[in-house]
Design a protein around this ligand. Structure first.
Ligand code: ZN
Length: 266
């Protein structure tokens, strides 16, 4: 089974369409939240994402844009965009986004495979998805310490998360301790992919990257594919029509910063 992992689309239709055009064949789509907020095409993106997905977890912007969370924890630009999105969503899209479930949720029937470990056999366990962290949908897993706090307490071996807009993740095992997984791409503007085979006895937190507002210094739209049979994750970066996405933000009179940051990947 091949599962397409999309996260943090943030109302960027051009980035979403570029990811879907570049994606290899897949069996299902898991969406890790923040479908809207920041970007200028919230309705188009909601309709498109809704039509694709079989699993959704909500993000903090999905909550804020549908009146389920106050805006006091948002910076002024994010709050402005959330209010604009809330005012411009169609009633149908608003209700659909408002009903999204909170994570963590199991990723269908996907499991970490059974394995032989030094201290005995390890049984298969379900793979999970969440927006922020497994314990708190609004928490950011940014540093290796953030990740180790989660991984050391967890009996889950593979969790996909979003929220940070940073593609890659973290791993923990007895031999190597904690490691940062940082996809090392070689070009700044081309379509690229990198496959990471996963070890059955290692614990992972993996972020497929942000489709619509990357913040890891790479402007290209990010997503990932999880192949359950191969037990491997492939990270993708794809160029998209960033000028068109910026124009939607300008047309909506949203803050210029939201358009400019797309080209910077920050
Ligand atoms: Zn986000």
């Amino acid at each position: 089974m091949r599962i397409l992992l999309l996260s943090d689309i943030h109302g960027n239709l051009e980035a979403l369409e570029a990811c879907l055009a570049a994606a290899p064949q897949y069996d299902s789509v898991a969406n890790l939240g923040d479908i809207v907020g920041y970007g200028g095409s919230p309705n188009e993106v909601t309709v498109r994402a809704r039509g694709l997905g079989s699993l959704f977890v909500r993000g903090n912007h999905d909550k804020a844009c549908t009146g389920q969370e106050g805006l006091e924890y948002f910076n002024p630009i994010a709050a402005w965009a959330a209010m604009w999105t809330q005012e411009n969503l169609t009633p149908e899209n608003y209700e659909w986004l408002r009903a999204l479930p909170s994570g963590p949720l199991p990723l269908g029937d996907a499991q970490s495979p059974a394995a032989k470990a030094e201290n005995g056999d390890i049984a298969p366990v379900p793979v999970y998805t969440c927006h922020g962290s497994p314990g708190d949908e609004d928490e950011y897993i940014i540093s290796i310490q953030d990740a180790l706090d989660v991984l050391m307490r967890s009996s889950t071996r593979l969790t996909f998360f979003g929220h940070t807009h940073i593609q890659g993740g973290f791993s923990l095992d007895v031999k190597r301790g904690g490691l940062v997984l940082n996809p090392m791409y070689v070009t700044p503007n081309d379509s690229e992919q990198l496959q990471f085979p996963l070890e059955p006895t290692t614990k992972y937190l993996i972020n497929p990257g942000s489709v619509g507002q990357p913040r890891d210094g790479d402007w290209r739209a990010g997503f990932a594919l999880f192949d359950t049979d191969a037990y491997a994750v492939t990270f993708f970066r794809v160029p998209y029509n960033v000028e068109a996405a910026q124009q939607h933000i300008y047309d909506a009179n949203l803050p210029d910063r939201l358009a400019l940051r797309l080209k910077e990947g920050r």
